[in-house]
Design a protein around this ligand. Structure first.
Ligand code: HEM
Length: 509
């Protein structure tokens, strides 16, 4: 009796359940679509006064960028549409892409939050660290973490950078006979990871070899996958993305990175046993992790475990690919322009007077090298594009404006090649950065580290590392370009080369 009642009831009930679920999914889908369409309309209206390249109804500009060589396409658009133009990734995510210093100043001097449409993709990997945080919590963390980049801390890193560079140079010396072509980007990646791990965790990743480099591979792949996600608009939806093999690979790589960070934090906490920073400092130099574990807010509370991991992962993410890329493109510039390479080497030899080790004080004397580093940052900016979401309306100097909530992309690559700002922008000319030539320049014309309150917190750290590594490379090797394998520029959050960076190396010592 009960059974027959149940069997007659179940199908009807399941059927109803199915109908209700379908109706609910459809309603939610419709709601989401309406929301997206309304948002598209709002963005279209906001960008109305900015002419730009035609928008494909489905892909926006994403496909054209991919097919048109990415950065070159952007330059051709920047040359056609003065100051700024709309840029669409798919149908629903549209930015005002800017490359004019006055436009950059209007937005980047204010400290608007990061554009969540893009930066939320970083969350599964780096969590809510300094790069993506906003509001009072960002301000508090920025204040707490600033001491990690003080000169006193940086001084102790000079020998660490030199040690990692020497290990890479030894590898090159083994590879190079007379004049050998070497793909430098990969070796530079291992070197940069090695030195960053020493600065952050106080340890290396096993001698810059392939073994023990799961973390290195995971973080490299994560950067690549994030850029693909940004440019592939149907990956923008979390639900759809996690269903794809791409999304699942992303989560796997995140897990490798997190397991590594968690382990290091656990081990360090156990080793420190709550010891105060001052006491540790008497025994050895402090690394980032010591400083992070030691910081206390106004209520004398340490960072939570989650915040701690987010900051460590942020430093590892921000600090690794960026330095690898910057140094590799710099050496590429030196290879292309041998007269500047010679002048840099001469300056370094004169400063060192036969020494093979650096002192902190030596770095300030490397004037010509600094000009060349800046010029390579201009032509090959490490982070070519950064994004913001306006927290209030902005009016630009030409009277055009954008309402609150609009998305803005600063195209640093196009800004640095803007012919209204830079004479002969394609020419490598370090003299642009002498004090006389820099004095009249717009403060927002050169932005390799972004600018304003949300700029890069550790510029001094990056410049210190760049000077030590590049000076040692130039001291030990002469670089010339490979005519058969020129680099192919590719935007992967940072400016990479699709085919690596191949240079001819001639041993000098
Ligand atoms: C040459 C190397 C580097 C370059 C060119 C560079 C460039 C940048 C740029 C352009 C930003 C702004 C990003 C945005 O607005 O979305 C930024 C932010 C940041 N960078 Fe770097 N970076 C470099 C190296 C590093 C290193 C070595 C670290 C850490 C060890 C680091 C940590 C950070 C952090 C934490 C932020 C977020 C700052 C904030 O929002 O308050 N960067 N960097």
């Amino acid at each position: 009796m009960v059974f027959s009642w149940l069997s007659s009831w179940l199908p009807v009930s399941l059927h109803r359940l199915w109908l209700w679920s379908t109706a609910l999914v459809l309603a939610l889908g419709l709601l989401q679509l309406t929301r997206l369409l309304a948002r598209r309309q709002k963005l279209l209206r906001a960008l109305d006064s900015f002419p730009g390249p035609p928008i494909h109804w489905f892909f926006g500009h994403a496909k054209e960028i991919e097919e048109g060589g990415g950065l070159d396409k952007m330059i051709s658009w920047a040359n056609t549409y003065p100051s700024a133009h709309p840029l669409w990734f798919g149908r629903f995510v549209g930015f005002l892409n800017i490359y004019d210093p006055d436009y950059a100043k209007a937005v980047y001097s204010r400290g608007d939050p990061k554009a969540w449409d893009i930066y939320s993709f970083f969350l599964p990997w780096i969590g809510k660290g300094l790069l993506v945080l906003d509001g009072p919590k960002w301000f508090q963390h920025r204040k707490l973490l600033t001491p990690a980049f003080h000169n006193e801390v940086l001084k102790s890193y000079v020998s660490l950078f030199a040690e990692s560079t020497h290990a890479m140079l030894e590898k090159w010396k083994e590879k190079v006979c007379v004049n050998t072509c070497v793909e430098i980007f990969n070796d530079m990646g291992f070197m940069a990871l090695d030195s960053l791990m020493k600065c952050i965790f106080g340890k290396t990743h096993k001698g810059q070899t392939q073994s023990g480099t799961d973390y290195y591979l995971a973080s490299t792949n994560l950067a690549l996958m994030m850029q693909e996600r940004i440019q592939t608009f149907y990956y923008h939806n979390d639900f759809l993305y996690w269903l794809t093999p791409h999304g699942r690979n992303f989560l796997r790589a995140c897990k490798i990175a997190h397991d590594h960070t968690d382990k290091v934090i656990r081990e360090r906490k156990a080793a420190l046993k709550g010891e105060e920073l001052e006491k540790i400092q008497k025994k050895r130099h402090l690394d980032f992790l010591d400083i992070l574990l030691g910081v206390k807010d106004e209520n004398k509370t340490n960072l939570s475990d989650m915040d701690l991991r987010a900051e460590v992962d942020t430093f590892m993410f921000e600090g690794h690919d960026t330095t690898t890329t910057s140094i590799s493109w710099f050496l590429y510039c030196m290879a292309l322009y041998p007269e500047h390479q010679r002048l840099c080497r001469k300056e370094i030899q004169e400063i060192l007077q036969g020494r093979d080790t650096f002192q902190w004080e030596d770095l300030a004397k490397m004037t010509y090298l600094t000009y060349c580093i800046k010029e390579s940052f201009r032509l090959y900016p490490t982070v070519p594009q950064v994004y913001r979401q306006l927290s209030k309306p902005v009016t630009f100097t030409d009277g055009r404006s954008l309402p609150e909530g609009s998305l803005v992309s600063l195209h640093i690559y196009a800004l640095h090649r803007n012919p209204t700002v830079w004479t002969d922008p394609e020419v490598f000319d370090p003299q642009r950065f002498t004090p006389e030539n820099s004095s009249g320049r717009h403060p927002f014309a050169f932005m390799p580290f972004s600018a304003g309150p949300r700029n890069f917190i550790g510029q001094q750290f990056a410049m210190t590392e760049m000077k030590v590594v590049t000076a040692l490379c130039l001291l030990h090797f002469e670089f010339s370009p490979s005519p058969t394998q020129p680099p192919i520029k590719q935007l992967q959050l940072v400016l990479r080369s699709k085919n690596g960076i191949h240079l001819h190396l001639k041993r000098l010592t």
